[in-house]
Write a protein that binds this ligand. Structure first.
Ligand code: 6PG
Length: 234
């Protein structure tokens, strides 16, 4: 497994930002656009802030969301709001390159269908969206994106993007499905925090159950892991 560990979180964040810039340069040497699916949560926010100061060809980078909360885009819980504030606004990314989830708080199913239609248009002719990069985090329950253990979205194999009711929040989330994550050319997991240790140990082992974590996501992934999240050697 492709794991890079860091003793300090700032080192991890800088390494991801540097790797992102290198991947963009390499990708754009052979194609016109770089399409990335973004992770929400707190771990990537500093990475987005670092990237905002980099001299990247923003007009050739298209931003999508791997998951979103079922709240308006001006809500403090919104991943769109977080990414705009940390990266897209400071970097002056063209609005045409920003593809946010069209949240409909009262009709999440319709919003998910609308976003899926956009993805199928943007990735027309592909069996699943061929992201140049998918950024992913992981919760202490081993969820990634908004594929929470035991929820309906974990089992979805046909749709690319769905609404997902998460009982522990008593709320809907929006998420890419496992096939739509797994089709990414690069899948990077960004993980920090002692509370992730057990989840990571489970995901890296074969003890996980199918409804706990889509096992195919582990294959081919690159792991940027802070030392506080590394499973203890047994
Ligand atoms: C979200 C994320 C989610 C996140 C994990 C880890 O919308 O919250 O997409 O999957 O990556 O919950 O979050 P932290 O990085 O904040 O620990």
């Amino acid at each position: 497994m492709n794991i890079e560990t860091f003793t300090e979180l700032p080192q991890l964040q800088l390494a991801v930002a540097d790797s992102f810039c290198e991947l963009v340069d390499a990708t754009l040497s052979s194609q016109d656009a770089f399409r990335v699916s973004l992770s929400g949560g707190s771990t990537p926010k500093r990475i987005y802030e670092i990237l905002a100061d980099r001299d990247l060809p923003w007009d050739q980078i298209h931003f999508y969301w791997g998951d979103e909360r079922n709240v308006p885009h001006d809500h403090d819980e919104s991943n769109a709001k977080m990414v705009r504030g940390a990266l897209l606004t400071p970097a002056d990314v063209p609005e045409t390159n920003i593809h946010t989830v069209p949240v409909k708080v009262d009709d999440p199913a319709a919003a998910a269908r609308e976003y899926e239609a956009l993805l199928r248009e943007h990735f027309a002719g592909q069996a699943a969206p061929q992201w140049d990069l998918v950024l992913l985090g992981m919760g202490d329950d081993a969820h990634t994106a908004s594929l929470f253990p035991g929820t309906q979205a974990i089992e979805e194999t046909d749709r690319w993007f769905v609404e997902n009711f998460v009982k522990k929040f008593d709320a809907y989330r929006y998420t890419l499905t496992a096939p739509a994550i797994n089709s990414g050319r690069e899948k990077w997991f960004l993980i920090a925090g002692e509370n992730k240790r057990d989840a990571l140990a489970k995901v890296w082992s074969d003890t996980r159950l199918p409804n706990e974590y889509p096992s195919q996501l582990v294959e081919g992934a690159k792991w940027f892991v802070n030392s506080d999240a590394m499973p203890k050697q047994s």
